[in-house]
Design a protein around this ligand. Structure first.
Ligand code: 5AD
Length: 358
């Protein structure tokens, strides 16, 4: 494919992207379809240099607490969709969540991510209560929520209670593609409205996609890049789509490692200061996935803090890495593997560095 796109064309577009200039759809197409091993290697080098100049050799860690796998939604790709009767459901209590934070704090985590399905049991009142309790005990840590689409009032309440950040992947910025991935009661427009509300309320906001989700094309990826440019999220989560055996997409192919890495580099170049995780899904499709993600421009890793008894149950996709290891052991291994590629896992909230905060 890349031989139809000349080096001159390709590097002109790459140069524009690096200079922070707006790309046309055609120019995005050239970057996305002009990928070759060599070009990808050079873009990863540029993305990595850019990240180093802004954040140094520092890798931020987030303690992920998967506190409920109940979900009222029925997304076609997701293993904890409500129709999956085989999912073994669980909820953590407030005390269990706080215990995860306590253990995480001791290990050096200064951000806690509360992630869950859209579980009506955790209504606004219960959520606000949990957030307040964490805020009270860990006044200097960041609290990130990843609990789906809510009303503006709820987001405002959580912010008031002490939440700092919110992750809500847009999944795809293309209407038709969105409908292929989700049941009719879910809409792209509502999801985007949620993201805009979160930004307006002052959350550090994360969007993102699955790479290689069924129906994804160069065109939908172009729309994703344009959407990210418009939204200017502080965080972007991307990882390969991985089929789950109890979903309608069980027979669909997995997203590609190399494309995921390439998109990480492009996103770093598009949004130089973005907090960009090398995701668990990336680590799941390749044992060196997270290291390769960092070398492509990522600067965040999100180890799991959930307790051992539930850790194997938050299964959005098949083969999710959950070694029987304790969080502490995982973190030591992570430190070593990052050290080996020249990066340091740091004890830090790892906030988005605004341009005026340099
Ligand atoms: N493969 C990869 N990622 C998935 N997610 C959900 N299901 C899958 C899957 N099968 C991602 C979605 C969601 C995030 C929490 O996990 O992008 O936003």
């Amino acid at each position: 494919m890349e031989n139809k796109i000349s080096d001159r064309q390709f590097w002109e577009c790459a140069g524009k992207l690096s200079e922070g200039r707006h790309l046309t759809q055609e120019q995005w197409r050239i970057l996305l379809e002009g990928r070759s091993k060599e070009r990808q290697r050079e873009l990863a080098r540029r993305a990595s240099d850019l990240r180093d100049r802004i954040y140094g050799k520092r890798i931020f860690i987030r303690g992920l607490i998967e506190f409920t796998n109940y979900c009222k939604n029925d997304c076609y790709y997701c293993g904890i969709r409500r129709s999956n009767k085989n999912a073994s459901r669980y909820r953590l209590t407030e005390e269990q969540i706080l215990d995860c934070c306590r253990a995480g704090y001791e290990l050096g985590f200064r951000t806690f991510v509360l992630q869950g399905g859209e579980d009506p049991y955790f209504n606004d009142e219960r959520m606000a209560e949990i957030i307040r309790a964490i805020r009270q005990e860990f006044s200097r840590c960041a609290i990130t929520l990843s609990i789906g689409e809510k009303e503006k009032e709820s987001y405002a309440l959580f912010k008031e209670a002490g939440a700092d950040r919110y992750l809500l992947r847009h999944e795809t910025a293309d209407e038709d593609h969105y409908r292929k991935l989700h049941p009719p009661e879910l809409s792209l427009s509502h999801r985007i409205r949620c993201l805009e509300t979160l930004k307006d309320l002052g959350y550090q906001t994360g969007a993102g996609i699955m790479v290689g989700s069924p129906g994804q094309t160069t065109q939908t990826l172009i729309e994703d890049m344009e959407f990210l440019e418009r939204l200017q999220p502080e965080m972007v989560g991307i990882g390969p789509f991985i089929p789950h055996h109890d979903t309608p997409f069980k027979g669909e192919p997995q997203g590609e490692l190399e494309l995921t890495l390439y998109l990480l580099s492009l996103i770093r170049l598009l949004l130089p200061r973005v907090l960009l995780p090398a995701t668990t899904a990336l680590g799941t499709i390749d044992p060196m996935g997270r290291e390769m993600g960092v070398l492509a421009g990522a600067n965040v890793v999100m180890p799991n803090l959930s307790s051992e008894n539930v850790r194997g149950k938050y299964l959005l996709y098949d083969n999710k890495i959950h070694t029987g290891k304790e969080a502490a052991e995982c973190l030591d291994a992570l430190r070593e593997s990052m050290k080996a590629i020249g990066y340091d896992v740091v004890v830090d909230r790892g906030d988005f560095l605004r341009e005026d905060m340099k």
